[in-house]
Design a protein around this ligand. Structure first.
Ligand SMILES: [Zn+2]
Length: 245
């Protein structure tokens, strides 16, 4: 069995950690905001020096023969957790994504408002990140962008258990299946990138679904009020990367 790369093991601990962001040294504004992340800790250097940082403005897409994504999501959301930088849904083991011939296990789902990725320069009100890890620790994140529209019934089930306080964890009353949080059409854009929070680790496979889901204004407001501030990192330069579709 391959050992998990230490950097990714640390990232997964961070992503899964309960205590986490309340004591983090980074934030989304001011002296510990995104433009300073790279200087806050030597471990955060990629935030400033990386060559393939996320999020990006999705533009100049190049046609490619991308294999369909295969979702084998069987589990349920177990709990919702407010880690100060986002609200995160933990997931039972045993749900998998196959992309580009590799298999990744779904670890957690969290949200950003407004969206982190821009679509041809356009920002959307909400973005969900489905974070997956392969057995060797490589991360693949499926991003779903939301348009303002009708109330989203699956998000409603999830956000009924919205933990209002930083550090708070709430068990799930309703059964929420991750697959129902995805739009039916799973065509996607593909590019390599990074975590969008410190330590901004690179080597993350980004799979951004082309089709948006709907979310109501009240639902976006509910999330934003709990987080208390925008939790999107500004877009980073694409540099030599191509966005495939
Ligand atoms: Zn995220």
């Amino acid at each position: 069995m391959k050992r998990m790369l230490p950097a990714f093991a640390a990232v997964l601990t961070l992503l899964a950690g309960a205590a986490g962001a309340a004591e983090e040294k980074w934030s989304y504004a001011g002296e510990t905001g995104p433009e300073h992340w790279g200087q806050l800790d030597p471990a955060y250097a990629p935030c400033a020096q990386g060559g393939s940082q996320s999020p990006v403005n999705l533009t100049g897409m190049i046609e490619a023969e991308l294999e369909p994504l295969k979702f084998d999501y069987t589990g349920l959301v177990t709990k919702m957790q407010n880690n100060g930088s986002s609200v995160q849904a933990s997931y039972t083991a045993g749900s998998f994504l196959t992309a580009g011939g590799r298999t990744y296990e779904l670890k957690q789902i969290h949200f950003h408002a407004p969206s982190e990725h821009l679509l041809e320069g356009k920002q959307l009100p909400l973005e969900a990140h489905f974070v997956h890890a392969a057995a060797d620790g490589q991360l693949a994140v499926v991003a779903v962008l939301y348009n303002l529209g009708d109330e989203n019934p699956e998000l409603k089930k999830l956000w009924q258990q919205m933990p209002a306080d930083v550090g708070q964890e709430v068990g799930m009353a309703a059964q929420v299946r991750a697959e129902k949080l995805l739009p039916e059409n799973r065509d996607y854009y593909r590019l390599s990138g990074s975590l969008t929070t410190p330590p901004c680790t690179e080597g993350v496979l980004w799979l951004i679904l082309k089709n948006q889901s709907a979310v109501s204004e009240a639902q976006v407001r509910q999330f934003s009020e709990v987080i208390g501030h925008p939790n999107n990192r500004p877009v980073q330069p694409l540099k030599s990367r191509a966005v495939l579709q």
